[in-house]
Design a binder for this molecule. Structure first.
Ligand SMILES: N[C@@H](CCC(=O)N[C@@H](CS)C(=O)NCC(=O)O)C(=O)O
Length: 317
């Protein structure tokens, strides 16, 4: 019943981050393919609007955003741990910087014409055009326009030598002998660049970095099994969302358990999810909603990078 179901597509760097975390923890999981562009009706039946990739489902609990998914995996499968209390701030700061800044730079860099040609060689011109159009809409309404190429180059030229320097003492992973959250957050943007054909030369001057990329790749994806989207929706319908402690702090937040709210990312892909707050923690919150296909589900989000607004006179569907 507690099986891990990942909704994702092969080309997604953030999905690769989670696939490798499954490998790191030696986990078996169910793999549901979702479309690379909208519409994504089966995913939206579970999330209620959130369209980004990937999404983790455990029964009727739906976890959005890899920052939260990583913490959920550590909670459900503690060893080997991705986070440590001893490095709580550096874990957060480093993974936030890498997932946002390094990822944005990698996307801009890899989406130069030669990179697109290599990375999307398996797609027809019509599919490539559909992807370009979709991603223009994806950024509308958010506050994170595509990073300009000069900025992306500056960022890469600052980050890559530092990664090389941090690995130069022959440590296997960025923080020492075991892979941790910073490794996974640093890896997926560079994985994207590696797939950008001739543009991957930007990684060539860094032998320690390349060795580390190989070690990260060798972690693998654990044991995936293919599952159809319809089956995942059936699983959600048949399951009860996990028990929620029902905590909130209305004085501090201005909203609390029982309120009808809309939750949306603040950066890009800002489609809101409407639901009834069931739990508000310092670093995550959850809303309950009822879907005609998936039944009662609880959708979980990180607090950081998401906005919560009250909704009047609408039911959580
Ligand atoms: N902060 C999010 C970012 C996720 C993200 O940007 N995913 C990309 C794919 S790698 C995406 O959603 N692209 C549009 C789509 O898949 O529809 C996370 O950590 O999960």
């Amino acid at each position: 019943m507690n099986q891990l179901i990942l909704h994702h597509y092969p080309e997604s760097p953030f999905a690769e981050k989670v696939r490798l975390m499954f490998g790191h923890k030696g986990l078996a999981w169910q793999s549901v393919w979702i479309p690379i562009v909208m519409p994504k009706p089966d995913l939206i039946a579970l999330t209620g609007g959130y369209r980004r990739t990937p999404v983790l489902q455990v029964g009727a609990d739906i976890y959005c955003d890899t920052a939260l998914i990583a913490r959920v995996l550590d909670r459900l499968h503690p060893g080997p741990a991705l986070f440590s209390d001893h490095t709580a701030l550096s874990d957060m700061a480093m993974s936030h910087f890498l997932d946002n800044q390094l990822f944005s730079a990698a996307v801009t860099y890899a989406f130069q014409p030669d990179g697109v040609k290599a990375a999307l060689a398996h797609m027809t011109p019509v599919q490539v055009q559909a992807l370009v159009e979709d991603r223009k809409n994806f950024r509308k309404g958010g506050n994170a326009p595509r990073m300009p190429l000069p900025d992306a180059l500056v960022l890469l030229r600052n980050v890559l030598p530092r990664l090389e320097a941090q690995l130069a003492d022959e440590r296997p992973f960025l923080d020492g002998s075991a892979a941790r959250i910073c490794d996974f957050s640093a890896y997926h943007p560079l994985w994207f660049i590696e797939r950008a054909g001739p543009l991957a030369v930007i990684l060539d001057p860094y032998p320690h970095l390349r060795g580390w990329l190989g070690r990260m790749r060798a972690i693998g994806h654990g044991q995936p099994q293919t599952m159809e989207a319809g089956q995942a929706i059936e699983i959600a319908r048949a399951a009860e969302p996990a028990m929620q402690p029902g905590r909130s702090n209305r004085e501090q937040d201005g909203f609390g358990v029982g309120d009808l709210v809309s939750v949306a990312p603040t950066d890009y892909g800002v489609d809101p999810v409407i639901g009834t707050l069931t739990n508000v923690e310092a670093d995550s919150l959850a809303v309950r909603r009822t879907d005609p296909r998936a039944g009662d589900v609880v959708v979980h989000f990180p607090r950081l990078g998401f906005r919560v607004d009250p909704v009047q006179g609408q039911s959580a569907g």
